[in-house]
Design a binder for this molecule. Structure first.
Ligand SMILES: Cc1ncc(COP(=O)(O)O)c(C=O)c1O
Length: 431
């Protein structure tokens, strides 16, 4: 029997257990993937990425004419992922000059880029303007100073297409004073935040921008936080920015939560979009352009990481050590993020254990409360829901090369990011 019922919602939609109880991702056998490409390995069900992009587009199409779905590239800025979303017709939210370059390289047209950042140098803003980025989101008054200088310097000299007509289109990022129920490190909507401007300062920023010839203020931006499992904070943020006036464009950021394990039920994309559309129409009026910037909810569940078990020992607890860890998934260490784990060809939970990485930190624990089925050295262990902020935050701690990524589709696996080599570790050394 082909079974999906033993998979939690953290796994890709396009995954299942086969008749032998072996995990298949995008039609590819997880054990074979590990054998062919090595571990740790990010295995992505490519069709999941497309299905999730389409679910956002369909949800908007069903209820609102003027909308933009912009992929929050920070979640996973690998070129192959960006290419999928560019191909599906999304825009792209970039948070740095580097992400901007990656998005352009992956085929996003410049006018579909939304450029963020709370600490952008003049050079970074110049690059954004020069590349013709569609929207620059103003985070602070220093941004306004820089943009004023750049757009007045550019008048007469051609910058990007946006700067060439009525000025560079901008949004003002507002911190709406909404504290969502998520980890403090990924909460951004509260009044005391490093991102954006409070309501009073936003009102002053709007006045200043209105007086600058080279800038055209289209609207406001809010992003209340990430991994939100309730819709109320999104709705509250819309209400909070209403007193700032009426604009054509409202960018409501990203933040929709995902399931990292069994029993977790984030709001459906349909319900999220319906709530936003309803909130905008009732608090801000009809005919507005609504932008959203989903990151995690487009990529997290499309991917699972495969590891090989290197050691199993009992030291009070049972410690199952794998060949990766905090260098390929920093989220458990940064935020206490919880993951589930399974032996890829033996799902079950006979042995309560701690799934740990290979790094020289006691905190290098991927799953504190794992339960694996008779874990043994050589087993392939899978942790699902690693597509967001995994590769994006990967690092070389302890000189560990970063993993490869494969796209799996209809039983075919395609290498899209090669594994780092030991030579790569030295690649930037000058001596
Ligand atoms: C401005 C902005 N937009 C979008 C996102 C994407 O958020 P998420 O991955 O939670 O959807 C973030 C994440 O931090 C963000 O800061």
């Amino acid at each position: 029997m082909l079974s999906t019922e033993r998979l939690s919602p953290a796994f890709p939609q396009h995954s299942r257990l086969d008749e032998r109880g072996r995990l298949q991702i995008g039609g590819c056998d997880a054990i074979e993937l590990a054998r062919e490409f090595g571990t740790p390995l990010y295995a992505v069900a490519e069709e999941d990425l497309r299905a999730r992009a389409r679910s956002y587009l369909d949800a908007f199409r069903a209820r609102h004419d003027d909308f933009v779905v912009a992929y929050g590239a920070k979640a996973n800025a690998c070129t192959a992922v960006l290419e999928v979303f560019a191909g599906e017709g999304l825009w792209c939210d970039v948070a740095s000059a580097g992400e901007l370059q990656l998005a352009l390289g992956a085929g996003f047209s410049p006018e579909r880029l939304i450029v963020h950042g709370n600490a952008r140098t003049e050079e970074e803003l110049e690059l954004a303007l020069g590349s013709g980025a569609g929207l620059v989101v103003v985070d602070n008054f220093d941004d306004i100073d820089r943009l004023e200088r750049l757009t007045s310097a550019a008048s007469g000299a051609p910058a990007g297409p946006a700067a060439a007509h009525e000025g560079q289109d901008v949004l003002v990022r507002v911190t709406p004073g909404v504290r969502p129920g998520t980890h403090a490190s990924i909460s951004t909507g509260q009044a005391d935040s490093k991102f954006g401007l409070g309501i009073d300062d936003a009102a002053r920023a709007i006045e200043r921008i209105d007086a600058i010839e080279g800038l055209r203020l289209l609207g406001l931006h809010v992003h209340v936080g990430s991994q939100l499992m309730e819709l109320e904070p999104f709705v509250a943020a819309v209400a909070a920015i209403a007193p700032l006036g009426s604009f054509d464009v409202y960018d409501l950021g990203g933040g929709l939560g995902v399931a990292y394990g069994a029993g977790e039920h984030p709001p459906a994309v349909e319900d999220y979009v319906a709530a936003l559309v309803e909130a905008v129409q009732s608090a801000l009026g009809p005919g507005k352009r609504i932008i959203v910037e989903p990151g995690r909810s487009l990529v997290a569940n499309a991917c699972a990481t495969l590891y090989t078990v290197v050691s199993v020992k009992r030291n009070v607890s049972v410690w199952v050590a794998v060949d990766g860890g905090m260098s390929d998934n920093l989220r458990p260490m940064l935020y206490g993020a919880r993951y589930e784990a399974q032996v890829a060809d033996r799902f079950g939970d006979s042995v309560p254990c701690r799934l740990v990485g290979k790094h020289c930190e006691s905190g290098d624990v991927l799953v504190h409360d794992a339960a694996l089925q008779d874990p043994e050295v050589g087993d392939v262990v899978v942790t699902p829901a690693t597509g967001a902020y995994g590769l994006a935050m990967a690092n070389n701690y302890n000189g560990v090369p970063r993993p490869a990524m494969v796209f799996c589709r209809d039983g075919q696996a395609r290498l899209v990011v090669r594994r780092e080599t030991y030579d790569d570790l030295r690649a930037r050394d000058v001596s």
